[in-house]
Each structure stands twice: as C-alpha cells, then as structure tokens.
Design a binder for this molecule. Structure first.
Ligand SMILES: [Mg+2]
Length: 368
C-alpha cells in the first residue's frame, strides 16, 4: 500500500498541498446511487428531524428525544442484521486499499467534526477535550492537507479546544467560518463567512430566555454557540425531558425565524436560513479553488446528524469520502464508518513510527 505523493505549492490558492499520483476513481465506490442502509427497523432520521423542525406537539418531541438515546436506537426485534449495515458502510480502517485508490491524482482536503469525532462525547460539554496525541495528529495532517474543523460549537470555543492556528474553523454549524491567517485570501482579508450575522441579536435574546427557563431543570445546560444555541439534556433525568422540551418549545414559539433540530442528547436552535455544514464545506472548497475541480478529494469525518448534510454534499458532488463515527447502525450518507474517536489508538504508535508523509492510509489512522 504505497501512495506516491509529493508536496507542492499551489499558485492559485497560495497553499502547500499533498498531491498523489494520477489514477481515476472507481465511480461505483462513490456513486450517489449507492443504496443507503434500509431504514427498515430503524428510525428514519429525516422524518424525525422534520417532526422536530415543525415544532409539533410536546409528546412527539419527547418521543424523539427518547429515541435519540443510543440504547433506544433500535425500534424492535426485527432489526436487520448489523452486518448488513457494516457491509454497506465498511470500516475505514479495513478499506485502505480502496480509499488509497480514490486518493490517487487528487488533492486532499480534510474536514473534521469535533465532538464525538476528535473528542469523546462527555457529560459536561465544556470538558470535551481532545487528547494531546489527537492534537499532534491533526497538526501533522494539516502540514500536508488543507484541514478544517466543522463544528456546531461557536468558533472561538472549538478553537480553544483544538488550538491549532493553521486550520480553518467553521463554527456554529458552518455559519461562522474563518481561515488561517496564512491561508488563501479574498482581497487582503482572510477567508471569512458569516451568513447569519443579522440573527445575532435574536439569538442572544433566546439564549437569555432559555437560561431562565432551564434554571429549574437540574442538569440542563444551555450553550451559546454565537449563531446557534444548544440545550444539552445529557445530564437531565429522563422523567424531566418532557418538561424540558415544553419549556424550549414555549420559547421557540415566539421566534419563527429560528428552527430546532436534534443531536446526541442536545436540542439545537438555529436560524431558518439554508446554511449548514454542507454549505460550509462547499464554501471552503470554493475558497480553496476547488469549486468545480475533478481533482480534489474532500474527506469528511463526523458522528452526528448535522454531519449528514456534509456527507450529502460529497455524494452530490460525486467525489470525496464521508466517514461516520458511530458504534450503532444508523441511516447515513457516509460511505465508511469508524466506531469511535479512539478506535485507531492501538494503531497510532506503529503509524507514527513509520508514517509515510501524505499517505492517506496513514492520514486516516492518524486522525481518527
Ligand atoms: Mg459531532
């Protein structure tokens, strides 16, 4: 498994990038027609989200909050064989040869979600630290490939976790994008995109209301992610989830310009504008000069429903590698899977010992 690569400076973008030897990809691997996992026996996330976003009755919201609990992912005993999910979405760790084939002749751009991808999901969202090893790994990746963190967190907060100035950061689900000081520029300015700026006063107002409402629910935590808000209920007793949902909905009722969606034990509130992580990666690819390029291979790794928008963009483009981090089968637009952020920790020492720079297989081992 040798991916012959070199590092070149791209005059158009001003970036230094890894470029691999030329080969066309196997279209079957990334075909948008590739069947997704049958939802038979599993929750349809799209339906779930539609219900949430329509702010239906409290019972529905409560049901979906319960359903999002990992232990309740499966609906009943008729679940399909988990192996069939694995067959459709094999482990990225076991598919290096195929992935390597896709990387040949392509300029790789790396997109990484943060929570649940670079850091474990923890009870206190303020303590979702990434390990020193992971930080070093991301730093190594960013030496050779444009690398972006795409997170639901506000940009400043995710930067404080990652602390690598050479990366692009797309915070607030992609609604707050900033490039590195030395990255490509538009005019004399660093890449910057804030499509929801006008919503800031409203979001601050809702934040204050939610803080007030959640004061009486032990364990509830409201996080201000600048262009969006998160209501975490991971530490709330399940018997109070209904009350929490009702309180959030009562606040939302006065703000039709905001919508709600659900993540892993978190309710997300954000502007209704059509801008998500998928838009963010399209914006970044365009900023890097790859808007219509056939020679780019975006790699996106994420664990949550909001990452599906990015996986969908890769499918629509017919290029790139989507990798879902998940221990349990779920409907996804990703092509590959990883069980958890630390899955490859066993492989890290060997990989660092013999890493071939710009080798995509090493890249994947490093960043997961
Ligand atoms: Mg995540």
């Amino acid at each position: 498994m040798t991916n012959q690569s070199m590092v070149v400076s791209d005059a158009k973008t001003g970036l230094t990038m890894g470029i691999s030897t030329v080969t066309r990809p196997d279209p079957a691997l990334f075909s948008s027609a590739k069947p997704l996992v049958s939802p038979n026996g599993y929750f349809s996330r799209k339906k779930l989200v539609k219900k949430l976003e329509s702010c239906g009755n409290g019972a529905r919201l409560l049901d979906s909050m319960r359903a999002s609990s990992p232990t309740r992912t499966r609906l009943n005993d008729t679940d399909p064989d988990p192996n069939s999910w694995t067959a459709h979405h094999p482990s990225a760790l076991s598919m290096f040869e195929e992935i390597m084939g896709e990387s040949k002749g392509k300029e790789i751009v790396v997109f990484l979600d943060y929570d649940g991808t670079l850091s474990p999901i923890v009870e206190d969202p303020d303590r979702a630290f990434m390990t020193t090893e992971m930080r070093e790994a991301v730093r190594d990746v960013a030496k050779f490939f444009p690398t972006a963190i795409v997170s639901g967190r506000c940009r400043a907060k995710v930067y404080n976790f990652v602390r690598l100035s050479e990366l692009y950061y797309a915070g607030s689900h992609g609604m707050d994008i900033k490039g590195p000081a030395k990255g490509p520029r538009k005019g004399n300015k660093t890449v910057l995109c804030q499509p929801a700026r006008e919503f800031l006063p409203m979001i601050d107002e809702v934040f204050k209301s939610l803080i007030e409402k959640m004061k009486h629910i032990p364990g509830a935590k409201v996080e201000n992610n600048k262009f969006c808000l998160s209501v975490h209920y991971r530490c709330v007793e399940e018997k109070r989830w209904g009350e929490l949902a009702e309180k959030v909905k009562s606040v939302m009722r006065d703000y039709q310009e905001l919508r709600m969606s659900q993540g892993r034990k978190v309710l997300e509130i954000r502007p209704t504008i059509k801008w998500d992580k998928g838009n963010a990666i399209e914006f970044l690819l365009e900023s890097l000069g790859y808007a219509d390029s056939d020679d780019v291979l975006p790699v996106y790794i994420g664990d949550d429903r909001t990452d599906e928008d990015a996986f969908q963009v890769l499918r629509n483009r017919g290029q790139g590698i989507g990798i879902l981090v998940s221990k349990t089968p779920k409907e996804t637009n990703a092509s590959y899977t990883l069980q958890e952020p630390s899955e490859a920790s066993y492989a890290l020492p060997q990989t660092f010992g013999g890493v071939e720079e710009n080798n995509l297989s090493s890249l994947l081992l490093i960043i997961v």
